[in-house]
Write a protein that binds this ligand. Structure first.
Ligand SMILES: [Zn+2]
Ligand SMILES: [Zn+2]
Length: 345
């Protein structure tokens, strides 16, 4: 099969590789669409230590079951599927509590560290443990199917933030996850959703996708904009989807006393915190990682249109041109959200 192999810092090679052999309990998925995640672009620079070459990246994908390995029940060749990005065991304590994203032996597709290497979906085929699979209805095209994983990441963050009907929710960062988190918050009952960014094109997209209030924090005072628009200076829930000092400060400042701040982005490994504001305001601050159980709800919402993902796909390219796609994303071409790659038919 053809695969896009990460072979060194900023290097990708489109080469022939052996087709993976599904182990017992696994299926072989013929990949139809695979999206390039920001973490893949960050990882292929060689600075994160989580894409140690050689590795086939790709954890946001959809496809068709080609064959099932031994001991796989309930799945048949020809089924349209997507799958969890985290390979979890199902028997450890977090898994038994439903927190599969925290599985003690977890691996991520398309990630290699000193501890493990798990080839991902930037190839014609990928082997996937059957419990990770989710059926894609015909109403969800393969490209949208590759967006279920990032949608689930955003939905997870919104869900653990315990959004209550009538809440005002602010999302900081109108990138892909921010735009999905904004929509997820709406489907979980938020009455008003606002979103802040410094790139006007991203804010325009957010408005088209349903944001009630958009805040250009490079030119306007976010607190003043919020107060003008909805009569409040702070929100019940803030979802932070960038992860640098300035956006963490903004997110903290926009969280009301007693409110919830959920951190999704982690571009900078360490930031300073407004300790006094957090303590005196009794803020609840939590991290959010990947997803745990949100795939079915996201597939349903994408199918019925409550989660719009098509507008978040900037470009579709052949897998053979993957190196050029990564280069475009790495150079930060303006306005690019997700690029989806198609392996050869
Ligand atoms: Zn991702
Ligand atoms: Zn586990």
């Amino acid at each position: 099969m053809k695969a896009l192999v990460h072979t060194g810092p900023l290097q990708l090679e489109y080469v022939d590789c052996p087709v993976p052999v599904p182990a017992a309990g696994e299926v072989l998925v013929r990949v139809k669409a695979v999206a390039i995640c920001g973490s893949d672009v960050h990882g292929y620079t060689g600075t994160t230590g989580r894409r140690i070459p050689p590795v086939v990246m790709g954890h946001e994908a959809s496809g068709v079951i080609e064959v099932t390995g031994a001991d796989v029940a309930g799945w048949t060749p020809g089924s349209r599927v997507t799958f969890d990005s985290i390979v979890w065991c199902g028997v450890c304590r977090p898994c038994r509590q439903g927190r599969t994203n925290l599985c003690v032996t977890r691996q991520t597709f398309g990630v290699s560290t000193p501890a493990f290497r798990r080839d991902g979906a930037m190839a014609e085929y990928v082997a996937v443990p059957a419990p990770l699979l989710h059926l894609l209805p015909d109403a969800v095209p393969f490209d949208a199917g590759a967006m279920v994983e990032p949608a689930a990441v955003a939905m997870h963050a919104a869900r653990i933030s315990e959004i209550e009907p009538g809440d005002l929710v602010v999302v900081v960062g109108a990138g892909l996850i921010g735009n999905l988190a904004m929509q997820a918050a709406r489907t979980l009952g938020a009455a008003t959703v606002a979103i802040a960014d410094i790139v006007p094109e991203r804010l325009e997209l957010a408005r088209r996708l349903g944001a009630d209030v958009v805040i250009d924090s490079s030119t306007d005072d976010p607190v003043a904009v919020l107060e003008r628009a909805v009569g409040r200076r702070t929100a019940d829930v803030v979802l932070e989807a960038v992860g640098v000092q300035g956006t963490i400060d903004l997110a903290t400042a926009l969280t009301r006393p007693g409110g919830r701040l959920t951190l999704i982005g982690n571009v900078q490994p360490r930031v300073e915190q407004d300790l006094q504001g957090i303590v005196s305001g009794e803020l609840t601050i939590r991290g959010s990682a990947a997803s745990a159980g949100e795939f079915p709800g996201c597939i349903e919402r994408i199918a019925d249109g409550r989660l719009r993902v098509a507008e978040l796909i900037s470009r579709v390219m052949p897998l053979a041109e993957g190196a050029a796609a990564f280069d475009m994303l790495h150079r930060g071409e303006l306005g690019l959200m997700r690029i989806v790659l198609h392996p050869p038919d």
